[in-house]
Design a protein around this ligand. Structure first.
Ligand code: BV8
Length: 238
């Protein structure tokens, strides 16, 4: 039935792994001001505050209790067993998709596991928490590594590759994202424009003006395994 699938994931796919989302109850943006912790200006003003914000999230991700959930595993199974292209584009900076076994994966907003040299742009797997002593090895004098994270006002990563995949896909899935942040929130329009089927999986019922052709309401961990079964069986999704 389908040959090329693009899956966009947001914080909602990691919620069942115990990672807070941004805009749900007690979400991350309830405890922090976006402009203080997720903008270049905020980092400029108070790097320690931003480093603490990301060091705390790295520490949480390292907990044994935080593991890929059934939704991450279902997407990895889809990539393995689907007879066609399957690309996951995640807005999340956690590493749960990789740990579930996804390989065709783009982190369009960066990765918690990496630091970036502000001078050269080179990225490094982090060996220690962010801080004044965690510096690059590519510059003299060495520069303090910043989070390899796309902040508001910064260009998301691999956009050309993403738009190319969106224009060619015949199925676009959006899993656990509130569709509030651009350009990710605009991907469904591109998919629809190129006549793909568009399906949204979200805990909250679709708001009136949903641009998705089909909306599945419920937890991703519960709905995704069945949705993947149907895609693999070539069964109609609605
Ligand atoms: C850009 C960092 C252009 C990493 C994030 C002024 C200046 C510049 C740009 C702008 C501007 N004004 C507006 C913009 C555009 C801006 C934007 O969209 N702002 C919004 C607020 C209006 N976008 C940008 O700035 C982007 N860059 O536009 O660059 C440009 C052009 C030229 C030159 C230079 C630049 C960059 C955006 C990236 C920002 N970084 N994160 C980090 O700290 O994590 S955004 C952050 O929020 C996340 O990364 C994520 O992408 C985003 C959205 O969050 P969601 O993932 O959707 O999570 P949320 O909590 O919102 O929703 C969770 C959903 O899951 C809910 O719907 C819930 O119902 C559901 N759910 C919960 N549990 C479950 C579930 N679903 C299923 N199952 C469950 N169990």
């Amino acid at each position: 039935m389908y040959r090329r699938i693009v899956v966009l994931t947001g914080a909602g796919i990691s919620a069942e792994s115990g990672i807070q989302t941004f805009r749900d109850q007690d979400g991350l943006w309830e405890q922090h001001h976006i402009e203080d912790v997720a903008t270049p200006e905020g980092y400029e003003r108070n790097p320690e505050l931003v480093e603490t914000f990301y060091n705390d999230r790295r520490a949480q991700l390292a907990l044994d209790t935080v593991q890929p959930n059934a939704a991450h595993l279902a997407l990895a199974r889809l990539e393995r067993e689907f007879n066609g292209d399957c690309l996951v584009v995640t807005q999340n900076i956690d590493n749960l998709h990789e740990r579930a076994g996804s390989h065709q994966l783009i982190h369009m907003h960066g990765e918690l596991a990496k630091g970036r040299c502000p001078g050269s742009g080179q990225t490094f797997m982090l060996q220690a928490p962010f801080g004044p002593d965690n510096v690059c090895t590519c510059c003299l004098p060495a520069e303090r590594l910043r989070p390899h994270v796309v902040w508001f006002g910064e260009m998301p990563l691999e956009m050309e590759r993403i738009y190319d995949a969106l224009e060619r896909c015949d199925l676009f899935l959006a899993i656990g994202t509130s569709g509030t942040v651009y350009p990710a929130a605009g991907f469904v329009e591109v998919a629809n424009h190129y006549s793909a089927h568009s399906v949204e999986v979200n805990l909250a019922p679709a708001s009136g003006q949903s641009q998705f052709q089909y909306h599945m309401t419920g937890r991703a961990g519960e709905l995704l395994p069945k949705l993947v079964d149907n895609i693999l069986a070539g069964a109609p999704l609605w």
